[in-house]
Design a protein around this ligand. Sequence first.
Ligand SMILES: C[S@@+](CC[C@H](N)C(=O)[O-])C[C@H]1O[C@@H](n2cnc3c(N)ncnc32)[C@H](O)[C@@H]1O
Length: 446
Amino acid sequence: MKKIPAPMTDRHSPLSYHDLLATWQQWMDEAPDFPPLDQWLRKQAKRGEKLPFSQRQQLHDAMMQAMHFRQLADALEILFKDPEFDDWYNWDMIWSQNSLPKAIPQHFWYWIQLRSGENWQTPYQLSQQKERRRHFIDCRTRVQQQEHPVLALLWYGIRPNWSTLIEDRAAASEWTPQARTHFVRSQPHRPPLWLRPANMIDDHQLTQLEQALQQDGVEAGLENGRLQATGGSDIFYSQAFKNGELEVQDLASQMIAESLNPQPGDKIWDACAGAGGKSLAMASVMQQKGSITATDINGRKLEELKRRSKRAGYRNIRSFEWDGDSPLRLPAEIKKQGGFDKVLVDAPCSSSGTWRRNPDARWRTTDRRVDLHKLQQKLLQQAARGVRQDGLLAYATCSWFVDENEDQVKEFLKQNPDFTLLHQNLLGSPEVNSDTMFVAVMKRVS
Ligand SMILES: C[S@@+](CC[C@H](N)C(=O)[O-])C[C@H]1O[C@@H](n2cnc3c(N)ncnc32)[C@H](O)[C@@H]1O
């Protein structure tokens, strides 16, 4: 196979502190509502002076670290000035409403630099730099020795007021203390990029795919029979990706698609299909037999689904817009059999299970998710009407919050005694190194 060169790198040029502060300032000025950071950075990279590749990478990583540790940096500054401070829950509430003065950028980035273990070349000496470093080391020791529970959460990018969400999750999933600690500590660490073969292949072909990626400079490997990339060249430059032989899809997301056990011949409705992550994964095992009806409120996402589906060569996915306000008008052949065999509601959610990859998303999550809960319940109720007798209904999110998951399923089952719960599970992290998602599979029994 022809070797594809990796993108040009210039590993030896360090990120300039000036570029870092300028980008941070722009983000703070231009993006008060905080759109997805990686998209914003991509747009920035296209505008104005182009930074060399490695500096762009470093800038990207630095901004991501800042998103993980934004609140920690402000907390470290507070404790530096007032070691006795302990009004954390009030402080957190006001902080999250953006109405507190934040640490000045030089101090902020000093804390981010220490926490992320980076070594950016600052062009100046900070006031009380030695004392600040000592303070940081003291705080780290307090976290390690579990002397300060609030700081121990902030240290891993978790807001003090989210401690109840973690406790609720630990109780619902019956986590051991070790699993809870592992979950919290893994938050600032990006999981590997999980890859999914576009079609059913055997173990030998999977190994060949792994080797082809390695030849193209991707650090690819198999973990429990699943393909992942942990570094090296950009996967999108690999021949296997260009040939449409694989898709990038988190392992937990793959597991959601598998939870409905899609089979050739099934008639499936993916009610919140978006750009098609789950639809494509289901189609990949259906051998072009049966059909997938993919709907979403957002037509632009469905266009992306169509593009991806064409690239993978699937001919059994049709898509159209559906806003969830009323039951779907069933296509004739589906009506004839009394509904779909399987329906998936991959509902809009806080995305808390993807914070390890998109650390900025956590700052868009509000404490009051009432509207989101209503939308989740509405979509589930409406989609349920499309399930035939003895058919399956899966409810999924990329969130680990109990109120978006088990609580929604409980409410749905209370109102719909014609459905019974087969199983519900948290998927991915902390059990495996991936995002954290949730799926409940129910059966329509009457
Ligand atoms: C978690 S995402 C789905 C991701 C997708 N299943 C995938 O695997 O790529 C939730 C989707 O719900 C859609 N959505 C939001 N509100 C909706 C509504 N009222 N009706 C239908 N879909 C909606 C969003 O556009 C979004 O694509």
